[in-house]
Design a protein around this ligand. Structure first.
Ligand code: UN1
Length: 513
């Protein structure tokens, strides 16, 4: 691993073997038990990070609450200027941070760099947004009255993120929340705590240089119990959570209990519909990257291919052939396409899916299996697998966070494919491969895909930050990132001003005294 410059990357990022996992900016604390971060790349211990105690959490919330008072009155474009400086720092540190993401999470170095690029892009987006937090003006029904609406900062935004995009998802939330005038408390995944510490150090330095108070950017670490401190806490008006549907339901219920807001970004079960008019080459690239990229650990990963019967054998053979070209191994080595899964539990879930699909009657056309031997010592490397299956199988209905692709067949019209595509509980991403305008428009229409993301002649993964990101049904309904997703980070206020000397009532009500 030394050859891949990990040591230098950790040095450039200023993270060490043991790190305080609780921080309000430049102040950090570390009295809670430690989480050890092991790399799935080589099984080595990267570093330890302390977890957050209840007392430390209280200090964080105190710092965040008091920082909010300063931050919320700073003009939004000035907050945007701070986010611009953060983007500069991310540009400067793109390579070491991308490398740490790759080493701690296991995605390819190219994808690690891509993830940092998403952070830079959302910061740039947020800078422009800082001058565009627009409300509407309305015409009042009363003479001499004016009505308008404005958006005010909410307060403390709690962010619970997942291991698979350990840094980008945080930045989608935080860059927008900051220009909106909120302060953030982030709990990264326990599986990737070190990237969290690295980002906290980068942001703390930007805030310090600008003489801004402690508490605008805070970090906490630990398991679900630490997350629960936020979900139960009335002082945290919005909790943004990314992860499993199971976790999301608990977060929604806990935050809902106190009538807080939650923004949920949960599981997907994404499909590509391959029609008789599909371009075969584009289909193969889109499907293979979608299924094996990030070792199938994106919430947008392609899990199902719904192929028209007239194309079925052709598409199946082309994809099976493409799988033969895949190199599996150290993700820092740019010759490899597929890195490891995050840990051995993920390997077990992968093995379970393969057993289950066969048990239910499926047919493995690319067998899969766990890799052993030189270069695979961490025990987390698996071969991407493909199974012919039916949409009704329990395992096909379930999101397995691994490179397992199900081939499903449809006949007749695109409506039949849509029924299969929509016939799962999740509703994140979807795609159709077609050159037929009628099919494409049908797929995008109100009787088409029921997902938050619907693509034509593009795969299911790799969304750009400019659009709103999220999905329906068990995916949780939240929208992050571009478009008007910023509105969830603010509270809306309707204002009516009377500039006359009369007090006419709305709806023409007469009330004479
Ligand atoms: C996720 O997997 O949680 O669309 C986020 C994509 C990436 C983000 C995925 N831009 O695949």
């Amino acid at each position: 691993i030394a050859d891949f410059g990990i040591k230098e990357a950790l040095e450039q990022l200023g993270v060490s073997q043991t790190n305080h996992g609780t921080s309000t900016g430049s102040q950090s604390f570390g009295t809670g038990g430690e989480i050890a971060s092991y790399s799935p790349v080589d099984g080595e211990l990267i570093a330890k990070v302390t977890t957050t105690t209840k007392e430390e959490y209280e200090k964080v919330i105190d710092a965040a609450s008091s920082a909010f008072k300063t931050w919320r009155v700073m003009p939004a474009p000035q907050r945007g200027e701070i986010v611009r400086q953060l983007a500069d720092e991310l540009r400067r540190l793109k390579e070491p941070l991308g490398k740490l993401v790759s080493y701690e999470m296991g995605k390819s170095y190219q994808e690690g760099l891509g993830e940092v690029q998403e952070m830079i892009d959302i910061c740039d987006f947020a800078v422009g947004l800082s001058r565009q937090l627009h409300g509407l003006t309305m015409h009042s029904e009363r003479p001499g009255h004016r009505m308008y609406e404005q958006y005010h900062p909410l307060g403390i935004v709690g962010i619970i993120s997942a291991f698979n995009f350990p840094v980008a998802v945080w930045s989608w939330n935080t860059a927008l929340a900051w220009v909106c005038g909120d302060v953030c408390v982030w709990k990264p995944s326990e599986k990737t705590p070190l990237t969290g510490v690295a980002c906290q150090k980068i942001t703390a330095e930007v805030f310090r240089k600008n003489n801004l108070p402690e508490g605008i950017s805070c970090l906490i670490n630990g398991d679900y119990k630490v997350g629960e401190m936020m979900t139960k806490d009335k002082r945290v008006p919005l909790v943004s959570a990314t992860g499993s549907t199971r976790m999301g339901k608990i977060v929604a219920a806990t935050v809902g209990e106190r009538l807080g807001k939650s923004l949920l970004e949960l599981g997907g079960n994404n499909a590509i519909i391959v029609t008789p008019d599909a371009d075969l080459k584009m289909t193969v690239i889109g499907a293979v990257f979608g299924a094996v990229g990030t070792a199938g650990q994106r919430c947008t990963s392609t899990r199902r291919l719904i192929i028209h019967e007239s194309m079925y054998d052709k598409v199946k053979n082309a994809i099976v052939d493409a799988y033969k070209q895949l190199h599996i191994g150290n993700p820092l080595d740019e010759n490899n396409h597929v890195g490891p899964l995050i840990d051995k539990d993920a390997v077990k879930a992968y093995q379970h899916a393969l057993e289950k699909v066969v048990e239910e009657g499926g047919n493995l056309v690319v067998e899969g299996g766990v890799l052993e031997g030189e270069g695979y010592e961490s025990g987390c490397y698996v071969k991407p697998a493909i199974a012919e299956a039916d949409n009704s199988y329990e395992i096909v209905q379930h999101e397995t966070f691994a490179p397992v692709l199900y081939l499903l067949k449809y006949s007749g019209d695109v409506e039949n494919a849509l029924e299969i595509q929509n016939g799962v509980n999740q509703g994140l991403s979807s795609a159709i491969m077609t050159n037929n305008l009628r099919e494409a428009e049908r797929f995008l229409s109100h009787e088409g895909s029921d997902c938050g993301i619907a693509n034509v002649n593009i795969g299911t993964s790799g969304a750009e930050i400019g659009g709103a990101f999220g999905g329906e049904k068990d995916t949780g309904g939240g929208r992050e990132s571009g478009s008007d997703a910023w509105k969830v980070y603010m509270r809306r206020q309707t204002n009516t001003i009377n500039y006359t000397t009369e007090l006419p009532l709305a709806q023409g009500i007469k009330f004479d005294l």
